[in-house]
Design a protein. Structure first.
Length: 342
């Protein structure tokens, strides 16, 4: 006959205990996340999407749980997404990426409208739809979209040379300059100095060029403060703004750090870097642009070397700052050689 072990016998003076197992229907641990209202979760996801540094940051939040997947695609969240959320690589482009950008654009995200417009206009030659998407962002005071549309108007991109709209380009450029876009300020300053699409006004053009340099210097100093790195060098600068207003910050002894290119430009660089273009067409020589010509001889060449070509004065100024100033040499004219021999 089996008997119980001694430790199972009740001890004298000890309270009686039971050895019953816990019921399967006992209450589980309380989950506070499930009682959060959807409004609060939407605000959290909107903040997350607005600060995302890459598409993976936003996608990882969608696959966290079923609730995040549903609320993460809410128009409120998509409208707040940062530009880096749409930094799709050219080799990863797919119909799903197109639908996602279009959905964000329909939700009112100006960055999605601008990026998708640039891709449609330059990569897929869908000029009207691409220009309409960029105009949708420009209406909501998106400075890069305003400047890109002004470049299209100046060059007559997508159409013939006779379709250039200089007045429209100056108007769009002035609006982008008012919003503080550095390239637009510089472009508008040269237009005023040269009387290109607007009445010639040299003092006013000089003022815009000085303001462009000042804003560029302020952005560099801000980046230096945030990153705590030595990105600027100064060599006993003595600036006379009335004499050197057309010069760039790099001409005054400043070492300009390489800027972070916009996701739309990074996509264009990757797209046309892996595809064979018409040999008669060229891509803007500034490494951070990526815009291609839409017809032969659309872009202007460097007036000194005659080798480099640019879609705008903004790209020409940035390329000069990033190294073209050290390589630019006057072009050898065959006509001058023949004249000298005679």
């Amino acid at each position: 006959m089996k008997t119980r072990r001694g430790n199972l016998y009740p001890v004298t003076g000890a309270p009686a205990t039971t050895s019953r197992k816990r019921s399967k229907t006992s209450p589980t641990r309380f989950n506070f996340f499930n009682v959060l209202p959807d409004d609060i979760v939407l605000l959290i996801l909107a903040k997350l999407s607005s600060t995302a540094d890459s598409p993976a940051d936003f996608i990882s939040s969608l696959i966290t749980c079923k609730r995040f997947n549903g609320l993460g695609l809410n128009p409120l969240v998509l409208s707040k997404a940062s530009p880096e959320t749409f930094a799709v690589k050219a080799e990863k482009w797919s119909e799903c990426a197109h639908r996602f950008l279009q959905r964000c654009s329909d939700a009112g995200n100006v960055e999605a409208s601008y990026i998708l417009g640039m891709i449609q206009f330059y990569c897929f030659q869908n000029r009207r739809h691409g220009a309409a998407l960029m105009a949708k962002a420009a209406i909501r005071s998106h400075a890069p979209a305003l400047y890109s549309l002004s470049v299209i108007q100046f060059n007559g991109s997508g159409w013939s040379k006779n379709v250039k709209d200089l007045i429209g380009g100056v108007t769009l450029c002035a609006r982008a300059a008012y919003l503080g876009h550095i390239d637009a300020l510089r472009e508008l300053g040269h237009c005023l100095k040269d009387g290109y699409g607007i009445g010639k006004n040299i003092p006013e053009g000089q003022r815009f060029l000085i303001e462009a340099n000042a804003r560029e210097l302020a952005s560099i100093c801000s980046n230096r403060t945030n990153t705590n790195t030595n990105t600027i060098t100064n060599k006993n600068i003595n600036i006379n703004p009335m004499v050197t207003c057309s010069q760039l910050i790099s001409d005054f002894g400043f070492s300009i750090p390489q800027p972070r290119y916009h996701p739309s430009n990074r996509f264009l660089i990757g797209w046309f870097g892996t595809r064979v273009l018409d040999p008669a067409l060229r891509v803007c020589c500034y490494v951070g642009c990526g815009r291609p010509e839409t017809r032969v001889h659309e872009f202007r060449r460097c007036s000194v070397c005659g080798v480099m070509n640019y879609c705008s004065r903004g790209c020409q100024a940035r390329d000069w700052t990033m190294g073209h100033s050290k390589m630019c040499r006057p072009a050898v004219r065959f006509a001058d050689i023949d004249a000298g021999e005679r």
